[in-house]
Design a protein around this ligand. Structure first.
Ligand SMILES: [Zn+2]
Length: 508
């Protein structure tokens, strides 16, 4: 039996009763209370003096793409390089430390260099001889390819946008991106998965939901994410965005949910609306599934003991999902649907009837509160695309009032892995009607994620729960047993992460 004792700090508990100490045995919390009461655990294998810090349930992230996140974390960043030589130097160094796969560098801008031009393919080849190298311009509209990469893309010189210097734009650039996915193999994807999982651990995340899908990465990535998680000690839950029950069994996933697209996204004007996009008259986006298909999927998942769910964003897409849920209720009944704990991702523009159906059927809302911080408000991307309709988007306040179970996440790399920033975004939502109190927001990023993964004994520091604990320094101070999250104040910094009572992660 291994035991853990923490004392001398603030313990965040569901009831907020002023606990200062906690003990765990074999990965389970056994005691929460004052320091005196904790003296019974004096001889614990590990004793942590909290020194006034905060011990709180570790975070969950309910929507992550680990390998894509890792690509973003591991590629060479050319922003801020002083000249061409420095940029090529970074590429050479990356090629030396990364023995195989494609070397990807992003962020160059020729006008910020005295040379006033991008590197040529010959220069890239001198920096990384014989390697597959892609250098992407900061705006992602043009790139430079190495000679080896050019050769790997059949027919590239014949395409529109190809230049013999190695620069590719338009059709040529698109073709390179298409081929790139196949050139990046399992080893490189495992390196990326490891980087993502370590980044999550460093952010105080103990459990995350990998929302994998055939259009996002190859199915073998699930095993790589399992391996990377086991190495770091994190607890992943897997979803697969398909309607094929045989694949669910084969891939050992908890559900056919996550990025199974019912519609598109606002940024690319493919989310399905009931009125035109303000900045693209005539376009209302696309619904990819009918209400009957949605109902069939939910019924099939319910009967197979799996969670079902969809990526769904625009009001028209979400109304179709509401219709599908109602059809499914007629076929298998309310209780069976509630017990299955189905889930919907993003739910950015829900019509009222969807919210009511979600509340009635216990459907989890997997929300990304940083979307509002990034794109909400009267002057950002949502308002550009949708005008006044930006109000009431990502309505975590309404969901909270209706008792809809919520699980917060990042959709990383779409928004960064930064749970405290997400909680702050929900608390200071740009639509004042949709603000959530800090306790509910914190719950949605901890217990809510475990609930969404159908784990009911994790996410709270109380006896019987898994000892997934993050210890924080809170430079802006505490308000009760949570950090003060006023705008523009420094966010908490992770000291330690414990998963199942064992210290893990990378303390910063
Ligand atoms: Zn996603």
């Amino acid at each position: 039996m291994t035991t853990l004792l923490m004392r001398g700090g603030t313990i965040h508990t569901p009831t907020g009763t002023g606990a200062t100490a906690l003990a765990a045995e074999d990965g389970r919390v056994v005691y929460v209370g004052d320091d005196d009461g904790a003296s019974a655990y004096e001889g614990a294998d590990a004793v942590v003096d909290l020194q006034g810090g905060l011990a709180a349930p570790a975070f969950t992230d309910a929507h992550v793409h680990s390998v894509l996140t890792g690509f973003q974390l591991t590629r060479v960043d050319l922003r801020g390089t002083a000249n061409l030589a420095e940029a090529l130097d970074l590429v050479a160094r990356q090629a030396a430390t990364q023995p195989d796969g494609v070397v990807v560098a992003t962020g160059w801008e020729e006008h910020s260099w005295p040379e006033g031009r991008p590197p040529t393919s010959a220069e890239v080849d001198r920096a990384a001889p014989g390697r597959l190298v892609l250098l992407e311009r900061r705006d992602c509209h043009s790139s430079v390819v190495s000679p080896a990469l050019e050769q790997a893309v059949a027919g590239l010189p014949a395409l529109d946008g190809y230049d013999a210097s190695g620069r590719v734009e338009r059709d040529a650039r698109r073709r390179v991106s298409e081929v790139l996915g196949d050139l990046v193999g399992p080893e490189q994807r495992l390196v990326a998965a490891r980087a993502a999982v370590r980044a999550m651990a460093a952010s105080g995340i103990a459990g995350f939901h990998e929302t994998a899908a055939p259009h996002i990465g190859p199915a073998y990535e699930l095993e790589l994410v399992r391996q990377a998680s086991a190495e770091t000690g994190l607890r992943p839950t897997f979803y697969w965005g398909s309607r094929d029950l045989a694949e669910a069994r084969e891939l050992r996933v908890s559900g056919l949910a996550g990025d199974l697209n019912a519609d598109g996204a606002i940024g690319s004007r493919t989310a399905a609306l009931s009125r035109d996009y303000d900045d693209d008259p005539g376009n209302r986006g696309h619904v990819f599934l009918t209400a009957e298909e949605i109902a069939d999927h939910l019924v099939a998942c319910t009967e197979a003991g799996l969670q079902g769910g969809f990526h769904c964003i625009g009001e028209e897409g979400l109304d179709t999902v509401a219709e599908g849920l109602l059809l499914a209720r007629r076929r298998v009944g309310r209780d069976a649907l509630r017990a299955a704990r189905h889930r919907l991702e993003h739910v950015e523009m829900p019509p009222r009837r969807l919210l009511e159906v979600m509340a009635e059927l216990g459907v989890v809302a997997s929300m990304q509160p940083l979307f509002d911080a990034l794109w909400g408000g009267p002057h950002a991307m949502y308002a550009e695309r949708l005008g006044e309709r930006w109000r009431g988007m990502n309505p975590v306040g309404s969901m909270g009032r209706l008792g809809i179970p919520m699980a917060f996440g990042s959709d990383s790399p779409v928004s960064p892995i930064d749970p405290w920033a997400g909680i702050r975004a929900a608390v200071h939502h740009q639509d004042p009607e949709e603000r959530l109190d800090v306790r509910s927001a914190f719950d949605a990023h901890t217990r809510g994620g475990w609930y969404a993964a159908r784990v009911d004994d994790a996410g709270a520091l109380e006896p019987g729960h898994a000892a997934h604990i993050a210890v924080w320094d809170c430079p802006a101070g505490l308000a009760g047993d949570l950090p003060d999250l006023a705008p523009d104040t420094p966010l908490p910094e992770l000291r330690h992460l414990f998963v199942d009572g064992v210290m893990t992660g990378e303390p910063r």
